[in-house]
Design a protein around this ligand. Structure first.
Ligand code: FAD
Length: 407
């Protein structure tokens, strides 16, 4: 009997699962079902090149359409999976159809967290996760005089940088005390805050949004919890995402800030895996589960599941890495810095090329590099190999990091 793999979600993780299965010689049927009504695309450029220049959206596709035909991968776009019948190993679709699977991969990603204040439902409030949302924003940004961004996370700050480069007055309102604070060390947050200020972005930290006020029925003013009213031609909300776990939860699979999987990315049902932004998974040497939102995580998860389905099962142990780009500063992160209690700096922030090494005690947890690709690559190798490096050596630019990872 053919071993059909059904993949729910045609994003980075879903498409890469199909690609990896075929490249590993899997010859049975593969069906990808995605509820967005367009060819699968990359999201990272949506808040970078796409906002700055009028990039053709064809350049964003994950694979050209012919790839799916050539590799006999059935791609059903604009179609939603509405339920999973685990007993029958069958999914239900929103057109009333059903599809049997021998293995089901949940790659359902995340959706925007919605702002919950008066006026949040007004016309003209922008979010940025999908291609449609990016089109709506690019239609407004180049000719707009003022922008307020709510949320100083990665996407909010990338939007702020793009808006500033188009010449708009930009204000960023953030409830926390520093930018990108959930993911970055304080020294790196401070560097990016200073970078934005130096480019003319107004940053308001420890400031909440009280309401969005309207003009002619459209969102026009952000009212902060300190009572300040900031008018804007464009208001963009970037306050994080919520994992799409409802399908899994309704099927009785465990959910804990994501679909819970084991070290091989299997749910409690051995016929169902969950990967990418929607999956909560165990990380080696750390208690609890993590859920990551990055291309690397989506792609490496997909490859891990494809390896298992083709008889090469192994635990998922990849070093996480991520990047962002703002005002020409390319930040690359390796590892997870949560829980660090010491940082040392290598290189010179004043020259715009440096790295922050984050330690817990003597253990290196992660490295954040700005315009320092060599440090970043060496850090990934050090972390993958579990090599020890002292804070003194890390901060000493004469110590060869690459050499340390080969010892
Ligand atoms: P997604 O890309 O969210 O794909 C999931 C798909 O499943 C979606 O199309 C969803 O609509 C669909 N779906 C959900 N439920 C169903 C259902 N029931 N039936 C059918 N389809 C369904 N990462 C980086 O590493 N670096 C960056 O610089 C970076 N920049 C980013 C910029 C932006 C603007 C955004 C939005 C993200 C960025 N990311 C970046 C994050 C990265 O894009 C994500 O981590 C990655 O796309 C996750 O892939 P995924 O396949 O897990 O989820």
């Amino acid at each position: 009997m053919a071993h059909r793999v059904v993949i729910v979600g045609a994003g980075q993780a879903g498409v890469e699962t199909a690609v990896a299965l075929r490249s590993k010689g899997f010859n049975d049927p593969i069906v990808i079902i995605g509820d967005e009504d367009c060819a699968p695309y990359q999201r990272p450029p949506l808040s970078k090149e796409f906002l700055k220049t009028a990039t053709d959206s064809d350049d964003l596709v994950l694979r050209p359409g012919a790839y799916f035909d050539r590799n006999n991968i059935e791609l059903r776009c604009g179609r939603k999976v509405t339920a999973i019948d685990r007993d029958r190993q069958r999914v239900a679709l929103d057109d009333g159809g059903t599809l049997d699977y021998q293995h089901l991969v949940l790659a359902t990603g995340t959706r925007n967290r919605q702002l919950q204040v008066t006026g949040a439902d007004l016309r003209g409030l922008h979010y940025l996760r999908t291609l449609d949302e990016a089109h709506a924003l690019t239609a407004r940004l180049p000719a707009c005089g003022s922008v307020v961004v709510i949320g100083a996370g990665f996407i909010g700050l990338e939007v702020a940088a793009a808006a500033r480069m188009h010449g708009a007055q930009v204000t960023v309102v953030e409830a926390a005390g520093r930018p990108m604070g959930r993911a970055l060390s304080a020294p790196m947050s401070d560097y990016f805050a200073e970078l934005h200020r130096s480019q003319g972005v107004r940053l308001m930290f420890n400031t909440g949004v009280y309401e969005i006020a309207e003009k002619a029925g459209a969102a026009a003013t952000v009212v902060t919890d300190t009572g300040e009213r900031i008018d804007a031609e464009v208001i963009v909300v970037g306050i994080g995402v919520i994992p799409n776990t409802e399908l899994a939860a309704a099927a009785g699979l465990a959910v804990d800030n994501g679909i819970v999987v084991d070290t091989q990315l299997r749910t409690v049902d051995p016929h169902i895996s969950a990967i990418g932004d929607c999956a909560s998974f165990p990380v080696p040497d750390s208690a609890g589960l993590v859920r990551l939102e990055s291309v690397q995580n989506a792609v490496d998860h997909a490859r891990c599941v494809a390896a298992r389905l083709t008889g090469q099962a192994c635990d998922y142990d990849k070093v996480p890495w991520f990047w962002t780009e703002q005002f020409g500063a390319k930040l690359q992160m390796a590892g997870l810095v949560t829980g660090h209690d010491r940082t040392v700096v290598r290189g010179d922030p004043a020259h715009g090329s440096f790295s922050v090494f984050c330690f817990h005690g003597d253990t290196l947890l992660g490295v954040e590099s700005v315009n320092a690709a060599r440090d970043h690559m060496a850090a990934r190798k050090l972390l993958a190999a579990g090599c020890r490096i002292s804070p003194d050596d890390a901060s000493d630019s004469t110590v060869d990091l690459k050499g340390l990872s080969t010892h």
